[in-house]
Structure formats: structure tokens, C-alpha cells
Design a protein around this ligand. Structure first.
Ligand SMILES: [Zn+2]
Length: 405
């Protein structure tokens, strides 16, 4: 995501789905589960933290949300065209923080981007308590009890993600995963490539945890463009899984990748595909639009051409293989999350009353059959409709050209 002078928080991604999914797709209202065997302890601890944060959020919101946005830009940040049209208008469907967001689409190149963009204050406000703080506690609550199972299930998906580079680099020596979060991809891919040294980079403190727990050999914390200078020419492979869409300036991230790769090294990128039919079918309920966090949604052709301009040669492009069949399930979940009364979150002026909380639980419990049906339809569509045609994401592998600096 972002640049040095850009105070935006790390996209610790994990995209709609994946590490991504682990995170992006975990709505704030995800059901609280036992943590260390004690639901009450978890809820009490969370309530205390929410109460402590409420005055701080109230202070930030006292002047409205206007300062969270920059002026609307009149041209496409990808190609400069002034032919823009509004693609989507929505709200924060996951955390339900206040604010309205617009995605514009360039009529010349197809690039989709948040417009107006979030200001540095806005990036700070909307990322806060999503991947870290309350959000981290929420994720730990949801995932903690079955962490081992979750890690095992997602590990297979992580290993598949490493696959596209193997025909071109069967035994890379050093691999840098950018936006690594907790380092789960690195840990899983190491089972496939035991001789490879996997390092991770992230703006959040999670990367220190990944290094401490041995999931990455070295964890770099900070922005990629800033850290790239000290890592020049060091890596055989750089991966970015559901990272680039969070960046305020994707070009700088790609240039940083070129810098840290040795000549002939490989860049592996996986991002949501704004051309997916699900994007039109589900509209604002399509998880990969994820506002306000996804700042740029880049069509595959655009990314391939830009990589060529930057001194890469695209050697592989995958669509169906990158598809994660969760579109209908996630869409229904976002809908349920929007219908149910809000939970106890610090950006609400006061805690919800008992009746609201009971109603909230009832709506969520009542949605289980709908979610189960959506899950089945996702699987059926992936089989019958063809993953390639429906793909909600794509992967590109590009080789750094040997010539040049
Ligand atoms: Zn454009």
C-alpha cells in the first residue's frame, strides 16, 4: 500500500478471502466464539476496551467525516483520462463506521478507484481496529479457538498460491511476501519449498509476531517503497496477495518490487478482479469492493501493461485458479450484518441496549439457513459456471527483465 510520506496503515491484507479472507472477510459482527474456553471473559474484556475507546472516537467524529476525504479528483489515477463514471456508492458494510464512499470507473482504461480518496486522517480512522486493536481481538476471538484447524485448512490454499511460480523458479533461494500479515502464507509455502528462506513485510505489528513465532525468517515492518532501498536485488521471488488494492499508489509498490528483485526474479501478484461478473451481479454487496479499504481495483490487462512499462515480462496469468467461491456467502453475510442492529462498537455514541443485542443475535441466528444456501450455491456456481468465467480474482507472474537497473 502506500508510500513513505503516506501515513496510511498497512494493508495487512488478506483479501476477500485468504489471509485476505481471514481478515477482509471477517465482518465486525462475526459471531463471538469462545476464547480460551470463556465467552464471558472475552465479551467482558471487549466491552471494557470498547468503553475506553468510545470517548476517543466521539472526539474524532465531533466534526463530521469531511476531513477523512481528499477533494474528488477529476481524472483517472491510472491513465489520466477525464472520462470517469460512478461505478458504485456504498457505506462501510463490515465495520459500519460512519461515512459514504464512491468508486469511480475510468471509461477509457477500466480502472476502478475510490473517489474522493481517503485523506491520511481517513486512512487512519477507517483502518483502526480492523486488523489490529479491537479487530485483532475480534479475529482472535473468532479464530483463536480453532486456530490450528483454520491454519491447516488455509495452508492448502496458501500452498496453491505459490504454485504459479514453480515452473519458472523451481527452487528460489529467497522469497519476500509483501503485506504478509501473520506470515501464514510463508509458513505454508515453506512446506512446499523447504530450502527457501521466506521473509515477510507488513506495516502492522503482526509481522514482528510472525518472525517471533518462526513463520517468517525475517519480518520487516514499514512501507514497502521505503524499505525497498535497503533490500535491493536481494530476492528471487516477491509475492503480493490481495495487497495492491489497498495501496494509495500501486505504481510505487510495483517499482519497489522491481528494486528488491534480482534480475530475472519473479513477481507474483494476486488481486480482486473488477471485471468479475459477481461485481455487477452483487453490486455493493460484493465483498471485493470492500469500502473504504480497497482504493484501487485494477483490470488484469492494465496491470500486465504497466508491469511491461516498468521492466517486467508477464509469464503467467491465472483467473479461475485464483477464484475463491465465497461471493454469495459473503454478500449475504454483509446483508445480514447491515440488517441486524449494530453490536457494541466504540464509534457508536452509546452502547446498544439489551433488546437491540437480543434482536441482533436473533437476526444472525435466523440467517444461518440463508448463509448455508449461499455457500452451496457458491460451490455449485464454481463447478457449473466455470471458475474462470466467474473468477473474483486473478494472479499474474512477471519476470524482472535482466537488463537495466
Ligand atoms: Zn484510466
Amino acid at each position: 500500500m502506500p508510500d513513505l510520506h503516506d501515513p496510511s496503515p498497512s494493508p495487512s491484507p488478506s483479501a476477500p478471502g485468504d489471509r485476505d479472507s481471514d481478515r477482509d472477510s471477517a465482518p465486525d459482527s462475526a459471531p463471538d466464539s469462545d476464547r480460551d474456553g470463556s465467552r464471558d471473559t472475552y465479551r467482558d474484556s471487549r466491552s471494557r476496551r470498547v468503553a475506553a475507546l468510545r470517548p476517543l472516537y466521539a472526539k474524532e467524529l465531533a466534526g463530521g467525516t469531511g476531513r477523512f476525504f481528499l477533494p474528488r479528483r477529476p481524472d483517472c489515477p491510472w491513465c489520466g483520462s477525464a472520462r470517469l463514471r460512478e461505478r458504485l456508492r456504498t457505506t462501510d458494510l463490515v465495520q459500519r463506521k460512519p461515512g459514504r464512499f464512491v468508486l469511480d470507473e475510468c471509461e477509457d482504461c477500466g480502472h476502478v478507484f475510490q473517489n474522493p480518496r481517503l485523506s491520511p486522517a481517513g486512512l487512519d480512522f477507517y483502518y483502526r481496529d480492523f486488523y489490529d486493536g479491537l479487530g485483532e481481538q475480534r479475529l482472535a476471538g473468532v479464530l483463536g479457538a480453532c486456530n490450528a484447524v483454520v491454519r491447516r485448512v488455509t495452508a492448502a490454499g496458501h500452498r496453491r498460491r505459490a504454485g504459479p511460480v514453480l515452473p519458472f523458479a523451481p527452487a528460489p533461494e529467497r522469497w519476500l511476501d509483501v503485506g504478509t500479515g501473520d506470515g501464514d502464507f510463508c509458513a505454508a509455502a515453506r512446506e512446499l519449498l523447504p530450502a527457501t528462506v521466506f521473509d515477510g513485510l507488513d506495516r502492522s505489528e503482526s509481522v514482528a509476531r510472525a518472525e517471533r513465532d518462526g513463520r517468517v525468517a525475517r519480518g520487516y515492518r514499514g512501507t514497502f517503497p521505503e524499505l525497498a532501498t535497503g533490500l535491493a536485488g536481494r530476492y528471487d521471488v516477491v509475492s503480493m496477495f490481495h495487497y495492491l488494492e489497498h495501496s494509495t499508489d500501486p505504481d510505487r509498490e510495483l517499482a519497489a518490487a522491481r528494486r528488491v528483485l534480482r534480475p530475472g526474479g519473479l513477481l507474483l501478484i494476486e488481486v480482486p478482479d473488477p471485471a468479475s461478473p459477481y461485481g455487477r451481479l452483487l453490486g455493493r454487496w460484493w465483498l471485493p469492493w470492500l469500502q473504504p479499504q480497497h482504493l484501487h481495483l485494477i483490470p488484469a490487462g492494465n496491470l500486465g501493461r504497466r508491469l511491461g512499462d516498468l521492466g517486467f515480462t508477464v509469464v503467467a496469468e491465472q483467473h479461475g485458479e485464483a477464484h475463491l467461491p465465497i461471493d454469495l456467502l459473503a454478500g449475504c453475510w454483509l446483508l445480514v450484518n447491515a440488517i441486524a442492529p449494530p453490536g457494541d462498537v466504540p464509534w457508536l455514541a452509546k452502547p446498544p441496549d439489551r433488546v437491540s443485542l437480543v434482536l441482533r443475535d436473533a437476526v444472525r441466528l435466523g440467517s444461518v439457513p440463508l448463509l448455508a444456501l449461499a455457500c452451496l450455491l457458491d460451490q455449485a456456481a464454481a463447478v457449473c459456471g466455470g471458475r474462470g468465467r466467474l473468477a473474483n480474482a486473478y494472479r499474474i507472474v512477471a519476470r524482472r527483465d535482466p537488463a537495466g537497473g
